[in-house]
Ligand binder design. Sequence first.
Ligand SMILES: *[C@@H]1O[C@H](CO)[C@@H](O)[C@H](O)[C@H]1NC(C)=O
Ligand SMILES: *[C@@H]1O[C@H](CO)[C@@H](O)[C@H](O)[C@H]1NC(C)=O
Ligand SMILES: *[C@@H]1O[C@H](CO)[C@@H](O)[C@H](O)[C@H]1NC(C)=O
Ligand SMILES: *[C@@H]1O[C@H](CO)[C@@H](O)[C@H](O)[C@H]1NC(C)=O
Ligand SMILES: *[C@@H]1O[C@H](CO)[C@@H](O)[C@H](O)[C@H]1NC(C)=O
Ligand SMILES: *[C@@H]1O[C@H](CO)[C@@H](O)[C@H](O)[C@H]1NC(C)=O
Ligand SMILES: *[C@@H]1O[C@H](CO)[C@@H](O)[C@H](O)[C@H]1NC(C)=O
Ligand SMILES: *[C@@H]1O[C@H](CO)[C@@H](O)[C@H](O)[C@H]1NC(C)=O
Ligand SMILES: *[C@@H]1O[C@H](CO)[C@@H](O)[C@H](O)[C@H]1NC(C)=O
Ligand SMILES: *[C@@H]1O[C@H](CO)[C@@H](O)[C@H](O)[C@H]1NC(C)=O
Length: 394
Amino acid sequence: MATARGLGMMLALVVVLMSCLVAADCECGFLTQSSGNQTRNGTVNGNEQLFFTNMMESKFFEMRDISRDGTWRRQQYNVSARAGRGEYGKSFGLDNVYTTAHDGDDTDTTESDGSSNSNGGDGVGLVVGSTVWDEAIPVAELDSARKDLHYGSYRAGMKLTAVNGTCAAFFWYFNDTQEIDMEFLSREFDPVKKIYPANLVIQSEASRKAGYDASKTGTFKVVNLTFDPTAGFHEYRFDYLPNRVLFYADSQLLAEMNGTSVPSGPGDIILQHWSNGNPLWSGGPPEEDAVLTVSYVKAYFNSSDSNVQSSWAESCRKARSDSSDESSSDRVCTVADVTAANASTGGAFFNTSDANQPSGGANDESGATCLGSMEANQAIVTSAILLVLMMTCL
Ligand SMILES: *[C@@H]1O[C@H](CO)[C@@H](O)[C@H](O)[C@H]1NC(C)=O
Ligand SMILES: *[C@@H]1O[C@H](CO)[C@@H](O)[C@H](O)[C@H]1NC(C)=O
Ligand SMILES: *[C@@H]1O[C@H](CO)[C@@H](O)[C@H](O)[C@H]1NC(C)=O
Ligand SMILES: *[C@@H]1O[C@H](CO)[C@@H](O)[C@H](O)[C@H]1NC(C)=O
Ligand SMILES: *[C@@H]1O[C@H](CO)[C@@H](O)[C@H](O)[C@H]1NC(C)=O
Ligand SMILES: *[C@@H]1O[C@H](CO)[C@@H](O)[C@H](O)[C@H]1NC(C)=O
Ligand SMILES: *[C@@H]1O[C@H](CO)[C@@H](O)[C@H](O)[C@H]1NC(C)=O
Ligand SMILES: *[C@@H]1O[C@H](CO)[C@@H](O)[C@H](O)[C@H]1NC(C)=O
Ligand SMILES: *[C@@H]1O[C@H](CO)[C@@H](O)[C@H](O)[C@H]1NC(C)=O
Ligand SMILES: *[C@@H]1O[C@H](CO)[C@@H](O)[C@H](O)[C@H]1NC(C)=O
């Protein structure tokens, strides 16, 4: 009995150390899979790998208090009906963005692979209220603190509301003519006919000229999802690349856009849930409070900030020269795709920080730290030897 338990613990240790080693391996960047139909030079190419230097990973499903996380900023501002081109105004309030993981003294919450969240909630909730107040609808927005997010692969695990009359949006933003959007209108969902459209939009100078009606430009596509997005979590993703954007759901390509409408500069990532009564877009106000739940965000990107770029180059160079074992990797981590099966927790994360004890800050650009690789390697070798010894004893 004792031996079996020891064996189990040893296995667990090896698994934990392996995951640390993976995390410590990313100093030089990230490779993501892309399944676009066109390559940059216009030839057809089923799969290619994209390379990015930095990451930002947030486990909302483990987070107890979003206001204490420096990575994200809840927004508070008002938009009049006229300015928002709606029948009502929008009142973005801090209280409309909330975390659902439980508080408590349970200390057993630190599984670093994110597979077990004993204190976890579903994620961060963004609510659109049904009670119009002062001619404005209570709505919600959460922005990344960083605004240096350039080319990148941006992903969010989300469960949409089935309540008629809201727009749920996951987007990259620089200004009103440089914006990449995935928008979901609950009024368009038809559970009887099983129709669930996704509105994919690039806002550009051309759409400004069309009165911000991107449907009058080539950069608006409506794609029917093949699942009910209100029944569970799915991963919504867009890859913002030089001269093209690829949109995905559960790692399946939905659409591809290219051309001069594609932005070229840096921006931030925004999660928004809103309604302004415009019957042609959000509809609403909703008849009951409507919640968009976001389980996680993962972003693999290049920074536009030259300080971040040089610190990436420096830590990559250092990590490669520090690694003394010949078999060591190139310190580039390969990002695994997420499917509907793991969109509620996002599967594996490279960010091993406790979601409730944010570490680092400004210096934690890659977050790819766990154990020093030497330490981890030695510990794994030791564990492996012990494991082999124990197996031969059995
Ligand atoms: C286009 O790019 C692909 C890889 O991205 C390359 O294999 C191919 O040779 C290129 N074709 C031309 C015509 O340059
Ligand atoms: C843009 O996309 C269209 C249609 O998908 C394709 O025919 C064209 O070659 C693409 N252009 C470039 C520059 O990739
Ligand atoms: C991101 O930056 C790296 C390093 O400069 C570069 O090699 C890579 O091609 C960039 N990725 C994209 C998609 O532009
Ligand atoms: C890792 O997660 C922590 C806790 O949520 C967060 O503070 C930090 O910014 C994250 N780091 C990266 C690089 O994503
Ligand atoms: C938004 O409008 C509401 C209602 O008029 C007001 O109570 C609130 O202070 C305003 N918020 C901001 C940030 O101006
Ligand atoms: C967005 O930024 C670009 C580049 O700075 C600028 O040319 C464009 O006019 C801006 N659009 C708006 C709506 O401010
Ligand atoms: C949502 O409400 C609008 C306006 O009442 C209605 O036209 C639309 O059919 C509704 N959508 C669904 C899916 O019930
Ligand atoms: C989405 O489904 C609706 C209803 O079946 C259909 O009218 C529409 O053409 C579909 N859209 C696409 C892009 O296939
Ligand atoms: C990609 O190409 C395949 C085969 O040509 C086509 O069936 C599919 O619709 C294309 N996908 C997109 C998103 O353009
Ligand atoms: C998500 O699950 C799939 C299998 O369904 C697996 O192949 C993939 O590695 C997982 N993704 C992550 C990020 O853990």
